[in-house]
Design a protein around this ligand. Structure first.
Ligand SMILES: Cc1ncc(COP(=O)(O)O)c(C=O)c1O
Length: 472
């Protein structure tokens, strides 16, 4: 194709209609990502605060904020300005060389973790959650010499090959051959639907006892009792399951689990990729449970979704220069200056704010609004949350049997942008997770107002009523 032909093609493509764009997308974009989970993918044009806007200017209230990557609101001026300042000064640099923002960001994170957990450690940056998780696997393998991991049923750690091996869904592994390092998946304390059919009030932490039992005799296949050497190197946890449906365990679960792990020299790796940076009302979700992990992995909201920088913190014994020497990991764009500058701004905003009070206060308010809806609609089986990580579990009329069809219908109605609550045409952005794909996982902006939470509850009720009407 000549240059002139190319130029005219580019010109022609400017100002294409939505149908034309979707036609091109369907032909030239891989369908291997999650866009085509939806029958009618949306195209958005602009964002601000808690809202996305489509090409027709319709406003969509977003109650999931890029899977909790945009904790501080869309197009936040503080982050945009930090990015612009960095673009004008040092926009790119090979990660082999140093720049101030990287050093300051790592120091702030490590110092805060040291203050919280009274543990010294270091930070390693990478690109994207899964890649940081892969780095954590390197640290675990390097330290223990072992390759097998425990992880939770319902856990999600990403979709690279190594992250898929510790993510419970076989669906993500099925077409990619044998995973010799596939984790051993342990039931998560999802008390609304206990794996063992127990009731929380009377279970006596039965699930924890079942895990502990694995170590009782060598015939249960995880421990050589003669040497106290376990075949498993680490347990990968999300303290509140994200994709699994925003499930929080009973408070005593993780302290109990850590005791068992310590007894058999099994590391605890805490995946804070979705729940970190105050989503649950604490800087790290694990702070809700009084446990110190050996490795902590973070991503998403470190840059408020502006740059895919991620990272991990590990205890000094795992990540000291002697243990993890130069060249142990590397990626061209890890610790890129645009990411570190924005990350540093996130840390400054956190230091200036009182999210420890604000997030739980707002979470409580939204939960109370949703619980009032639960009283009216038996199809809302469960409403719960920690901070501003809130779950709505959709069921049949019995309030328990999972109702995926109703969930999908509500999500689709929200995305159609044809709701009218609040007096104008609007949409509602919801994300669906959960073991039966029947849970709305709400992760609104930390700056969401009471009025917007009221609007969110009204839009949700309107979508629910429309979905119920469709069914009948
Ligand atoms: C808990 C958790 N771990 C890991 C990941 C993977 O991160 P990424 O999609 O950036 O690779 C995610 C993404 O949703 C996540 O929620």
């Amino acid at each position: 194709m000549s240059r002139r032909q190319k130029q005219s093609l580019v010109k022609k493509r400017k100002g294409l209609s939505e149908e034309e764009l979707l036609g091109l997308e369907s032909k030239y974009c891989s369908w291997g990502d999650t866009v085509h989970y939806m029958k009618h993918p949306n195209i958005f044009e602009r964002c601000e605060g808690s809202y996305l806007y489509d090409k027709n200017g319709v406003e969509y209230l977003d109650l999931q904020m890029l899977y909790s990557a945009v904790n501080f609101g869309y197009a936040n001026k503080r982050f945009n300005d930090a990015l612009k300042r960095q673009i004008d000064r040092l926009p790119q640099l090979a990660c082999q060389y140093l720049h101030e923002e990287k050093i300051l960001l790592a120091s702030k994170l490590a110092e805060r973790i040291e203050m919280t957990f009274e543990e010294k450690g270091r930070i390693q940056f990478n690109v994207g959650g899964s890649q940081a998780l892969e780095d954590s696997l390197k640290l675990v393998r390097n330290h223990t010499g072992r390759t097998l991991m425990f992880a939770f049923m319902g856990g999600y750690h990403g979709r690279t090959l190594a992250a898929s091996a510790i993510t419970s869904s076989y669906r993500y592994r099925r077409r990619y051959g044998h995973f010799s390092d596939r984790a051993c998946f342990i039931p998560f304390p999802y008390c609304f639907r206990c794996f063992y059919g127990m009731k929380r009030d009377t279970c006596g932490m039965f699930c924890l006892k079942q895990f502990e039992k694995l170590f009782e005799t060598e015939y249960y296949s995880v421990l050589d009792n003669k040497t106290n050497i376990c075949e498993f190197a680490a347990f990968y946890i999300e303290t509140m399951q994200g994709t699994g449906g925003y499930v929080a365990p009973p408070r005593e679960y993780f302290p109990g689990l850590k005791k068992i792990l310590d007894r058999y020299n099994i590391l605890m790796v805490d995946d804070e990729i979705q729940m970190g940076f105050f989503r649950t009302g604490k800087f790290w979700a694990i702070e809700n449970f009084g446990v110190t992990p050996d490795i902590l992995v973070f991503a998403k909201s470190l840059t408020n979704g502006l740059n895919p920088i991620s990272g991990l913190w590990a205890k000094e014994k795992l990540i000291s220069p002697e243990a993890f020497p130069p060249g142990s990991t590397h990626s061209t764009f890890s610790s890129n200056p645009l990411g570190t500058a924005v990350g540093l701004e996130a840390m400054k905003i956190i230091e200036e704010s009182d999210f420890a009070q604000e997030v739980p206060r707002k979470g409580k308010y939204l939960i109370s609004r949703l619980r009032s809806l639960q009283k009216k609609y038996p199809q809302i089986g469960d409403v719960d949350g920690l901070g501003l990580a809130i779950r709505i579990e959709m069921c049949e009329k019995d309030g328990f049997t999972p109702n995926k069809a109703l969930t999908d219908a509500i999500e689709e109605i929200g995305l159609s942008g044809k709701l009218t609550a609040g007096g104008k045409q609007r949409g509602l952005i919801l994300d669906v997770g959960g073991y039966y794909k029947n849970v709305f996982t709400l992760a609104p902006s930390f700056y969401i107002t009471e009025m917007e939470m009221d609007l969110g509850a009204d839009l949700f009720e309107e979508a629910l009523l429309m979905a119920l009407k469709r069914k009948s």
